[in-house]
Design a protein around this ligand. Structure first.
Ligand SMILES: Cc1cc2nc3c(=O)[nH]c(=O)nc-3n(C[C@H](O)[C@H](O)[C@H](O)COP(=O)(O)OP(=O)(O)OC[C@H]3O[C@@H](n4cnc5c(N)ncnc54)[C@H](O)[C@@H]3O)c2cc1C
Length: 539
């Protein structure tokens, strides 16, 4: 088989994840099947946001062969065991967790139903996972020494995304990926309509069999050259800006490093709080239709407190949607050039990761690439809509009416038809594992994908629950008090007290002795400095 030439254009997290992963997956064991090159512009900065991940990141790290401790050191990484949602329900200091770990009593899990039949006096997530309490105590999901705390806790990471891209670049180039630091100024098309080569400012002509467009929202190849349209999804997710800010620990250290991401709802969106080893990152994701840039900045500073007044902030514009097709002719879009959903569940890097995996699996070694592209596009579209529905749900279930933004997100037309079908169905029958076999619900339209799909592809996107299954849905649904009225009807108002599973109670009794505080673990194992605690901190 002839060695194929692959050129990745763009060197943000998406470009370098694709380069490192494809090299590891396709050129393993010294057998080189693909020559991989990456060209990135020294003039166009990477977007540089994207600090929180989901546990599937561990797979890509393992395939690339990255040691966890080395990785954490290189990217200023910390652990993430959950997302804590604050003020999403009523805006009155309400809070709930979406943890990564979930205790299952049996393969046909009844814990959700049991909770619904109880008086709901303990938050749902705390009855099925030890992580909400572990998070509240700021404990690490790892021990400093040998692990003897039962089954491992599932976790992901917070990290500096710029340093992650640099680290992957170093690894990939050491293994043979060719790196050009040059600005692409033109694209040379072949007679058959494929891309033949890209031309750079430095005078190079870079040819390849397959091109990967990782140029971020610019989408240099897919949009500008191949004219592949963008499917806008902003009617379901209204936010289009993030006001970001870093709070260095030597400026203000609150006295702990939270082992989770916090997402606090504000007046026209929500703010992320992501702790790294040297700082906390904040980003107010908001809708420019409801809040000016100036007011967003004022609000995020007030949220953080007086010490934020002297800190720089930055506005990042984004758009929610996806490329009509992610793979067209001999070009595949990965990362922001292929699509983006706002970062409420930290799925940006995940989608780049998935696209890299799928490209490796569907790699076009032979001439007929159409079936491969069809499958790739279908898988990516399915997953995009699966995430879109899930994030849409966080907004649609709010009871907030305090601002125009929150009143707007509650309007029926702001809910996707797939999500509406799910919620309607679950109001008749509480969610259970079986609903995630194939999420085709009564009432769902049979229209094709918004992209129209390729010939023969005339089904709506299918939610395969590959990223958000029953565990995740129940965490959000019950965190947002879903089925409260229905439970009164179904099971009466006088219900037994909620109980925490014994396995979880036993684990929590041991946790303080076994699991060190997160900041202490980072100091001991990674060498994070022991910062003095700021006076008047929010501890
Ligand atoms: C507000 C916000 C918050 C986010 N938070 C998260 C999060 O918490 N978790 C998460 O997983 N994801 C998050 N993301 C998504 C994440 O940032 C992106 O998925 C990720 O950084 C990938 O970006 P990228 O590589 O596609 O684009 P970029 O980082 O923009 O990289 C584009 C690359 O293309 C190059 N380029 C552009 N033009 C040319 C040219 N003419 N010639 C050569 N090279 C060129 C640039 O130099 C650069 O290297 C967030 C995104 C946003 C907008």
């Amino acid at each position: 088989m002839a060695v194929k030439k692959l050129l990745i254009v763009g060197g943000g997290s998406a470009g370098w994840m694709a380069a490192a992963y494809l090299d590891a997956a396709l050129n393993r064991g010294g057998r080189r099947t693909v020559d991989i090159s990456l060209v990135e512009s020294p003039d166009v900065p990477r977007i540089g946001v994207g600090e929180a991940t989901v546990p599937s990141i561990n797979h890509i790290l393992a395939v690339i062969g990255i040691d966890e401790i080395e990785f954490l050191k290189r990217v200023d990484g910390t652990f993430k065991q959950a997302i804590k949602y604050v003020n999403w329900l009523d805006g009155q200091s309400d809070a709930y967790y979406h943890p990564f770990n979930r205790f299952q009593s049996s393969p046909v899990d009844r814990t959700g139903r049991k909770w619904l039949m109880s008086d709901r006096s303990i938050p749902f997530a705390a009855t099925v996972s030890a992580q909400p309490v572990i998070c509240e105590h700021n404990l690490a999901p790892r021990m400093a020494g040998h692990w003897d705390f039962g089954p491992p806790l599932v976790y992901a990471y917070h990290m500096n995304a710029l340093r992650f891209a640099d680290y992957l670049c170093e690894l990939a180039t050491a293994r043979g990926v060719q790196h050009y630091l040059d600005h692409v100024v033109a694209v040379d098309m072949a007679e058959n309509g494929d891309i033949a080569a890209v031309m750079t400012k430095g005078g190079k002509r870079l040819e390849a069999d397959l091109f990967v467009d990782c140029t971020g929202f610019t989408s240099l190849l897919m949009e500008k050259e191949l004219d592949v349209g963008w499917v806008d999804c902003s009617q379901w997710l209204l936010c289009d800006r993030a006001t970001t800010m870093h709070v260095p620990y030597d400026h203000h250290y609150p006295g702990y490093v939270r082992p989770y991401t916090t997402a606090t709802a504000l007046s026209a969106g929500w703010v992320w709080e992501i702790p790294l080893q040297d700082k906390r990152s904040l980003g107010y994701v908001h809708s420019s239709a409801f809040l000016s840039d100036e007011d967003a900045e004022r609000e995020v500073r007030a949220f953080e407190g007086q010490h934020a007044e002297s800190l720089d902030s930055r506005i990042v514009h984004f758009k929610v949607g996806h490329r009509e097709k992610a793979w067209v002719r001999n070009c595949v879009a990965i990362g922001l050039s292929g699509g983006f959903i706002e970062p409420l569940e930290s799925t940006g890097l995940y989608l780049s990761d998935l696209a890299s995996l799928m490209l490796a699996e569907h790699f076009p070694y032979h001439d007929d690439t159409t079936p491969l592209a069809l499958r790739f596009n279908r898988i990516m579209a399915n997953r995009f809509y699966e995430i879109l529905d899930f994030i849409n749900m966080h907004y649609c279930l709010t009871r907030r009416t305090d601002t125009d933004f929150w009143r707007e997100v509650r309007r029926p037309e702001r809910m996707t038809d797939r999500l509406r079908a799910k919620l309607d169905y679950w109001r008749i029958k509480a969610p259970s594992v079986a609903d995630f076999e194939d999420q085709w619900f009564p009432g769902q339209t049979e229209s094709p994908l918004p992209s129209g799909g390729l010939p023969g592809d005339h089904r709506s996107s299918i939610d395969t629950a590959s990223i958000f299954g029953i565990d995740s849905y129940e965490a959000i649904l019950y965190g947002m008090d879903f089925l409260a009225a229905e439970c009164d009807d179904w099971f009466g108002k006088d219900r037994p007290a909620t109980r925490v599973a014994k396995t979880i109670a036993d684990r929590l009794a041991l946790a303080p002795r076994k699991l060190p505080p997160h900041d202490l673990w980072l100091q001991r194992v990674l060498g994070m400095p022991d910062y003095p605690v700021a006076s008047g901190s929010k501890v």
